[in-house]
Design a protein around this ligand. Structure first.
Ligand code: PMP
Length: 452
């Protein structure tokens, strides 16, 4: 076996030729490769492993379900695990969101939201509504429907001719603005861009607006001013546009409440959740919608949509056990308090590293933005791949933080620091020490290259 643990060529492929060490095992917030190298998982994978790795309570629940039935096709049987989880999600979802449609991941959840929205407007006789406005930058998934509403050029551009061109408005990147507006007014300024776009498109043609309440890797944990959220809700109501919250990353506790919508008391019309729902123990996602939207669709020939693995009993058993762990262990509270502590520590790093331009996020969905000049927020020239380089340096030091592609019309370099919601004060040190070292190394490399 070679140093990386590979003893032969891979037949698998992902996005590039680069290879990673082979995972051996993982426990809590730590992961070990087959060479015995330990990593701290400070990104929860891709903001997935919210309760940490290998929790025996989840493994036992999955084992118990496997011994009953591993698979039961939804058109042949209902299953207890899916029914129970649907009830529990309905109880926790905002407002009247109470009907649950299970899928296997985030892209599928977003696709489902778009198709439910469209079928609803057909059912109520508004067939001319088909446009879905989204934000730039944003990320909503890799399948062609979800990609069409994604504002992320590197992933979107090659496929543009194959997709419907959907309108985009700027994401509320207020931290870049140098105007004299108050934070409140900035929030309104960005929200009002939605109204302008609806009017430009023709309100009767607009089906929905989709947004991540706290952005993911495309924006680096972007949080809008409080005023933004209610104004967006009001605009959608005024023009009969459905408001879809993509909580694929923010849902299931990541921001310190079960759904991020709770921070602003917003009830979206449809909501997508995935990553933390089964927290990496099984592929699982869900769309949650109110009966006022679901019933007309069911009464109008049914919802013409669905996936083979929908409501998979093992995945739903994992989802139920993950929810138990979140509630028994007080992980929402921990995400809120540890998130605040970690954000404060990351903010302190700005004093030592002038090329950290901004620290932002909510709960344990946190990001650093690296810049050439903090005063002007001028980005580091893209050829330096500063964020990607930091991620690589950190990885070699046993610290996993989240990567994103920086090339392709994007400004800025963001690094996501999003450990499991179980993170303890001691473990925060295990993140911050190697992060400090990695930033020191990056700083000297960037200085040498004349980038900062
Ligand atoms: N929406 C958001 C907000 C996401 O963060 C992601 C994944 N990063 C997706 C959708 C797509 O999810 P998946 O990769 O599970 O298809």
């Amino acid at each position: 076996m070679t140093k990386t643990g590979h003893n032969r060529e891979s037949r698998l492929f992902y996005q590039s030729r680069s290879r990673r060490p082979v995972i051996d095992h993982a426990k809590g917030v730590y992961m070990w490769d087959v060479n015995g190298q330990r990593y701290i998982d400070a990104s929860s994978g891709a903001m997935v492993s919210n309760i940490g790795h290998s929790d025996p309570r989840v493994l036992a629940a999955m084992q118990a379900q496997m011994e009953r039935a591993t698979f039961a096709y939804r058109l042949h049987f209902e299953n207890d695990a899916a029914e129970t989880l649907a009830w529990r999600l309905a109880e926790r979802a905002p407002g009247d969101l109470e009907r649950v449609f299970f899928v296997s991941g985030g892209s599928e959840a977003v696709e489902s939201c778009l198709k439910l929205a469209r079928q609803y407007t057909l059912a109520i006789g508004q067939a001319q509504r088909s446009k879905v406005i989204s934000r730039f930058p944003s990320y909503h998934g890799s399948t062609l429907g979800a990609l069409a509403i994604t504002g992320y050029t590197p992933m979107h551009a090659p496929f543009a001719p194959m997709m419907v061109d959907q309108p985009k408005i700027p994401a509320p990147t207020c931290y870049l603005d140098r105007d004299d507006l108050s934070n409140h007014d900035r929030g309104l300024k960005y929200a009002n861009m939605l109204e302008a776009e609806i009017l430009r498109q023709g309100p009767e043609t607009v089906l929905a607006f989709i947004m991540e309440p706290v952005g993911g890797a495309a924006t680096g944990a972007l949080v809008a001013p409080d005023s933004y959220y209610q104004r967006i809700r009001d605009i959608c109501d005024q023009y009969g546009v459905l408001l879809i919250y993509d909580e694929v990353m923010t849902g299931a506790g990541r921001t310190g409440t079960y759904f991020a919508a709770e921070h602003w008391n917003i009830v979206p019309d449809i909501l997508a959740v995935s990553k933390g729902l089964a927290a990496g123990y099984a592929p699982l996602g869900a769309m949650i919608a109110p009966d006022r939207i679901v019933s007309p669709v069911l009464d109008h020939g049914g919802f013409i949509h669905g996936y083979t693995y929908a409501g998979n009993p093992i995945a739903c058993a994992a989802g139920n056990a993950v929810l138990d762990v979140i509630e028994q262990d007080g992980l929402l509270e921990n995400a809120a308090s540890s998130g605040m502590a970690l954000k404060a520590e990351l903010t302190k790093l700005m004093a030592s590293f002038p090329f950290i331009g901004d620290v932002r996020g909510k709960g344990l969905l946190l990001a650093l933005e690296l810049v050439a000049n903090r005063n002007t927020m001028e980005p580091i020239a893209p050829q330096h791949m500063a964020a990607a380089r930091l991620v690589d340096i950190a990885y070699d030091k046993g610290l996993i933080i989240y990567w994103r592609r920086t090339r392709g019309g994007y400004r800025g370099d963001h690094i996501m620091v999003c450990p499991p919601l179980t993170i303890t004060p001691d473990q925060l040190g295990d993140i911050l020490d190697p992060l400090r070292n990695a930033l020191t190394q990056l700083e000297s490399e960037l200085k040498q290259a004349g980038a900062i």
